[in-house]
Design a protein around this ligand. Structure first.
Ligand code: ASP
Length: 367
């Protein structure tokens, strides 16, 4: 068990702020039954509020896991919930080969509190580290998720995570049931990341001059577009993002499009905005979450230089982070062995079609 921090190990509370506190003793005192489940060795990696986690910590964490995993049946990483989905995603890319589980967990209330959810989350996480699939997962509120499919979805509910485009990998009720998940692969660490990635959420009124001014400081841009991957491109409106895509391409900045709608996949060929991005070289992010897209792009930029190689890597599922059936993704059938792909949303592969244009304005005009 690697402890990184988070509410789970914190003390204090209103009126003062929650803050990290010594963890090893709290764990022994509050969850002694963990020793009945497994021979748990605890290492305190850090003791941070997870809002302080940075890509350098992901690299370190991945290196420690790669070094120590062969001694154990599985690993549990305790982590604050705020950036837990980011760390889980990053680890899944930094450790593309895993033959045993790496399970992240945290809690909404500190372990020291009477109504804490930390005890059960820890017990479930250790159970999942012994019996769950050999991949990076998130265990929370009696559910096991594929790590790179998760989003933090609630601030104050015990049911704090969701996986909008991928089914659960386990449920821990009266009985604990697990899916097979990704096939086991020999342990492999690729500890490369380039954090020069910017995440842009599109909204009505966005001034294109803002992302334009930042392009020089990034190697990768993830655009959280509307719906199917749509953005404003009407030059008459004065806020077209087309020049941003054009300039990004000129500067060699890799652009990946994902959707603000958490469920289903982008289809850039569907509307004019997405088509414009596509024709300027943007990469369709399929049904990846923006969390997965950002962390994957950091990893891919750390490994590849050419835009063609970056595109190939982004369009392929490397750790089950995107469904194979989504438009403009390479075929990767077999990646998700053990999981019923018919349950995946995302739809069948569709052939590119002409973009939908706005209907002509038929409103009667008064003269
Ligand atoms: N601020 C905390 C953290 O992410 C929240 C939590 O752990 O639930 O470290």
């Amino acid at each position: 068990m690697l402890h990184t921090g988070g509410t789970l190990g914190m003390t204090g509370g209103r009126p003062s702020a929650l803050r990290p506190s010594p963890f090893a003793r709290t764990l022994r005192e509050r969850v002694p039954e963990l020793a009945e489940l497994a021979d748990v060795r605890l290492e305190v990696f850090s003791n941070l509020d997870s809002s302080e986690i940075q890509p350098e910590a992901w690299l370190q964490l991945a290196r420690v896991l790669a070094r120590r995993l062969p001694e154990f049946d599985g690993a549990v990483v305790t982590h604050g919930t705020d950036t837990l989905a980011y760390t889980a995603s990053a680890l899944s890319f930094l450790l593309p080969g895993l033959d045993r589980p790496v399970v992240l967990t945290g809690s909404q209330r500190p372990l020291k509190e009477v109504r804490t959810d930390a005890r059960l989350n820890l017990i479930d996480a250790v159970t999942s580290a012994l019996r769950g699939p050999p991949e990076v997962t998130v265990c929370f509120d009696s559910k096991l998720y594929r790590g790179n499919r998760t989003l933090k979805a609630a601030v104050a509910d015990y049911d704090a995570f969701e996986s909008p485009n991928f089914p659960l990998l386990g449920t821990l009720g009266v009985r604990a049931n697990f899916a097979k998940g990704l096939p086991p692969r020999p342990l492999k660490l690729v500890d490369r990341l380039d954090p020069r990635v910017f995440l842009l959420k599109v909204y009505p009124g966005l001034d294109p001059a803002l992302p334009m001014a930042l392009l020089g400081r990034m190697r990768g841009l993830v655009v959280e577009a509307y719906g199917a991957g749509n953005v404003p491109v009407d030059e008459a409106g004065g806020r077209s993002l087309r020049p941003v895509f054009h300039e990004a391409r000129r500067r060699g900045v890799a652009v990946v499009m994902v959707s603000q709608a958490p469920r289903n996949a982008v289809d850039l060929s569907l509307y004019e905005g997405g088509s414009a991005a596509l024709s300027e070289g943007a990469i369709g992010g399929g049904d990846m979450t923006s969390v997965a897209a950002v962390t994957k792009l950091m990893h891919v930029l750390g490994v590849h230089r050419s835009l063609a190689a970056i595109r190939r890597a982004m369009e392929r599922a490397v750790a089950g982070e995107r469904s194979s059936e989504t438009p403009s993704s390479a075929s990767d059938a077999g990646e998700d062995a053990g999981i019923d792909s018919r349950t995946h949303p995302g739809g069948p592969n569709r052939t590119p079609r002409r973009a939908r244009r706005p209907l002509p304005d038929r409103t009667p005009r008064s003269s």
